[in-house]
Design a protein around this ligand. Structure first.
Ligand SMILES: Cc1cc2nc3c(=O)[nH]c(=O)nc-3n(C[C@H](O)[C@H](O)[C@H](O)COP(=O)(O)OP(=O)(O)OC[C@H]3O[C@@H](n4cnc5c(N)ncnc54)[C@H](O)[C@@H]3O)c2cc1C
Length: 376
């Protein structure tokens, strides 16, 4: 295992950092208004398409850095904006990876290529009111009728739901799991009202109703013989959430450190108080341990190691809980200034909980780690 980044990886990180800095300008990159949020994510995709970012983990080419670099790159984008990061990731690293891994050449041409060029936005709709990626039963169903497939169901929370050009919808056809690709404007495809959330202010999230949506045979990926498709999606989604947590720790730590050095209280900089220094030390230790864990998990996934899935659960639990702690301590150091909204620590603190809920939840991850520990 070698976690040293190559010159090529470092160039990628610099390119991404430059793109995100340029995109941010004077903005916070967390647009609350839906139209502005959509405009921003489309602008971000177009700009990121000028680097290898959108292709990481998707396109296999010797010029394109591997999964460790993907994790480092995710950390950078998430540190600028957790909301924008998730909107971009659901389009590329989840929607794009589904098409690239399970789709055929025609499907790649139609849906993957525009997504990787940053021209179109994707979304992935798995969860329903009474199920998520880890829990059956899924109610969304496709029925073959006169050469078409008619899909009916309701998805609960979908990032990019109301704005995506293409959505990969998980469902059942002939009692087997499948993915249906639906396009914006399809008759019977009804996005719900934008949902208000504690954090992720800049992500446009809604439910999605599919009321007898009619699609062609080439809009079905699968059906699959078993649920192993969902195990793969879980690893990918958990990798995104791990990357998101690293970015939150980076931005929180950096803002607390800068404040502790610059801000004076009681006649000296805050950093001079030993307890503040200890907090920063604890934060940096958790952040760096999380990075190592994250790289180890993607390294195992890249090598297709047998323990890649359980390592991903372990890393997800560790990194997401660390992100909540680090952002909370950052907020404590920033104190009154931090509690006034509009800084990276308070933003990360509000977003961090999502990472423990989404993908494979902390509780389900622990059950799976426990099962693996006893060899079940
Ligand atoms: C802001 C936001 C955006 C989202 N975006 C998307 C998206 O784009 N696409 C998408 O498909 N989904 C999305 N989701 C859904 C998300 O993936 C689910 O919320 C998550 O998987 C948890 O499922 P649930 O909310 O149904 O909780 P539930 O399954 O109802 O869980 C409730 C509690 O029970 C625990 N629990 C459940 N099952 C088990 C078990 N088997 N063992 C132990 N404990 C268990 C859970 O850990 C949790 O603590 C989003 C959610 C949010 C909040």
């Amino acid at each position: 295992m070698n976690f040293d980044f190559t010159q090529q990886d470092k160039k990628l990180f610099k390119d991404i950092n430059d793109i995100m800095t340029g995109l941010a300008g004077e903005r916070t990159l967390e647009e609350k208004d839906s139209l502005s949020a959509e405009f921003l994510v489309r602008e971000a995709l177009e700009r990121l398409a000028n680097s290898f970012y959108l292709k990481l983990g998707i396109v296999k080419d010797e010029d394109i850095p591997g999964l460790c670099a993907m994790m480092g790159a995710m950390e950078i984008v998430s540190s600028f904006s957790p909301s924008l990061f998730l909107s971009v990731e659901m389009s590329t690293r989840l929607f794009g990876r589904i098409i690239c891994t399970f789709g055929n050449e025609e499907q790649e041409k139609k849906w993957l290529s525009p997504v990787l060029r940053g021209k179109k936005l994707g979304a992935v709709a798995l969860s329903e009111k009474t199920m998520n990626i880890d829990n059956d039963p899924m109610a969304t169903t496709g029925v073959r009728e006169n050469g078409f497939i008619k899909i009916s169901g309701a998805k609960n929370f979908v990032i990019n739901g109301p704005i995506a050009d293409f959505t990969a919808v998980a469902g059942i056809i002939e009692n087997k799991p499948a993915i249906f690709i639906v396009e914006k404007g399809l008759k019977g495809l009804i996005p719900g009202k934008r949902l208000e959330t504690i954090g992720l202010d800049g992500a446009v999230i809604s439910g999605l109703i599919l009321d007898n949506c009619q699609v062609n045979e080439d809009q079905v990926i699968g059906p699959f013989e078993d649920r192993s498709l969902f195990s793969t999606l879980k690893i990918w989604e958990n990798q995104i959430i791990i990357g998101s947590s690293l970015g939150m720790m980076k931005s929180s730590f950096e803002s607390a450190r800068a404040y502790a050095k610059a801000h004076k209280t009681g006649g000296k900089p805050v950093i001079a108080y030993q307890e503040v220094g200890f907090k920063l030390a604890e934060m940096l230790t958790l952040f760096q341990t999380s990075q190592l864990f994250a790289y180890r998990a993607v390294c195992a996934a890249e090598g297709k190691n047998r323990d890649a899935e359980v390592l991903t659960y372990c890393a997800k639990v560790f990194c997401t809980e660390a992100a909540e702690k680090v952002s909370g301590w950052a907020l404590q150091i920033l104190s009154g200034e931090g509690y006034i909204s509009g800084n990276p620590a308070e933003r990360a603190f509000r977003c961090a909980k999502y990472n423990q809920i989404a993908g494979t939840s902390t509780e389900i991850s622990r059950v799976k780690i426990g099962d693996a520990a006893i060899g079940a």
